[in-house]
Design a protein around this ligand. Structure first.
Ligand code: NAP
Length: 246
């Protein structure tokens, strides 16, 4: 397990956007960031789920969150630009960006993989984070020390049979993170890192391993320390690295 104990109010006054914030690891990260003082922007495709997270944040007395419904399958440049304009008008900067949303696609041999599904998985998991990052870079540059987190997987650095486009998309996102980390290292205060969550008790894990007892896996809440470390000031200057959450 990644060893880090977050000081109370670690993320005070930070504005942090989380994709896929309505469920699983993204939901846990949103609640945890809010608990630590951040203003969180909840982005995802299912409004009811985002509203439920919003309500929990509100009921807990944390800093008020914001909701931005967006389907990464279909979002075009204009929608990312609109997102940036709204955040600029509301906050003027962005301190954290967690690229968390992704889809699994098919678990099947390459010989059987549908090209339509391949394109969809590559788009949601790799191209959409690229488009969003590009649109939000000026806002991240306006932060005193912004942190971008890309979410990979163990199959994002070592391909495994039947993981198809999911594995390829995670390799792609690791490449994107490495390129961006080098590009920003000497030109900005932005840090760019990769988290591999490891086996975590979520819907996606259950979909990938239907026969597994979910209780054997850690919960999303259990793996938050590495997110806390990378979003807070203790990781200033740490960039281009890959972290295992477990
Ligand atoms: P999850 O429970 O399935 O949650 C995925 C989130 O992404 C959901 O909030 C989902 O929204 C959102 N999402 C999916 N498609 C979207 C789209 N087109 N537009 C906007 N949002 C979309 O998965 P998870 O296990 O928490 O996974 C979070 C991240 O960790 C992913 O990047 C995954 O690859 C990675 N990861 C997970 C594990 C694991 O064991 N759980 C292991 C390694 C890596 P809806 O709920 O509305 O569909």
């Amino acid at each position: 397990m990644f060893n880090y104990t977050a000081p109370e109010k670690l993320l005070n006054n930070r504005v942090i956007l989380i994709t896929g914030a309505g469920d699983g690891i993204g939901r846990a990260a949103a609640l945890d960031c809010a608990r630590l003082g951040a203003t969180v922007i909840l982005l995802g495709r299912t409004l009811e789920k985002l509203e439920a997270v919003y309500d929990t944040i509100e009921a807990s007395g944390y800093s008020q969150a914001a909701i931005f419904p967006l389907d990464l399958r279909s979002a075009k440049d204009e929608q990312y630009i609109k997102l940036a304009q709204i955040l600029k008008a509301e906050f003027g900067h962005l301190d954290g960006l967690i690229h968390n949303a992704s889809i699994l696609g098919q678990r099947t041999p390459i010989s059987n993989y549908e090209s339509r599904t391949w394109n969809l998985v590559m788009h949601v998991n790799a191209t959409a984070p690229f488009m969003m990052t590009q649109a939000l870079l000026p806002l991240l540059e306006a932060s005193k020390d912004a942190s971008i987190i890309f979410t990979s997987s163990s199959v994002g650095s070592q391909g495994k049979a039947y993981w198809g486009a999911y594995s390829a998309s995670k390799f792609a996102i690791e490449g994107l993170a490495q390129v961006l980390a080098e590009e920003t290292e000497n030109t900005s205060k932005i840090r760019v890192n990769i988290i591999n969550p490891g086996a975590t008790r979520t819907n996606m894990r259950a979909q990938a391993y239907p026969g597994e007892n979910p209780a054997v896996n850690l919960t999303p809440e259990d793996i938050m320390p590495v997110y806390q470390y990378l979003l807070g000031p203790d990781s200033c200057g740490v960039t281009g690295q890959r972290f295992n959450a477990q």
